[in-house]
Design a protein around this ligand. Structure first.
Ligand SMILES: [Zn+2]
Length: 112
């Protein structure tokens, strides 16, 4: 089964871009173009995002604590932190576009 297959109707309706924007199990997800039901990236994507956020956050704290260690760190602290924040949003989306299966949205408010 393809990772771009809709878990509701079984049709291959998702593209990498659409899948990337579907978010993880914490989000509402995106509707399938065929059956209109909401799909999100599954457990693997949700766990990956949580771990990635944790690691990125640890890096930000590390850079912050060592910001005054030397001149290089002092002048590069802000760009490094900004870069990590950008990565925190971009990397999970790229990973979601090419890995992990789609699942049905489990959010209750998605079905109202
Ligand atoms: Zn569908």
């Amino acid at each position: 089964m393809s990772i771009y297959t809709c878990p509701h109707c079984g049709e291959k309706t998702f593209t990498p871009i659409k899948k990337a924007l579907s978010g993880t199990m914490k989000s509402k997800g995106k509707p399938c173009p065929k059956c209109g039901k909401l799909c999100v990236n599954g457990k693997g994507a949700t766990i990956f995002e949580a771990i990635f956020f944790l690691v990125a956050f640890a890096f930000i704290v590390y850079v912050y604590l060592h910001g005054l260690d030397n001149v290089w760190m002092y002048t590069h602290e802000v760009p490094i932190v900004l870069g990590i924040i950008v990565l925190m949003f971009v990397v999970p989306k790229i990973v979601n576009a090419f890995c992990f299966k789609l699942v049905q949205s489990i959010r209750l408010d998605a079905y109202k």
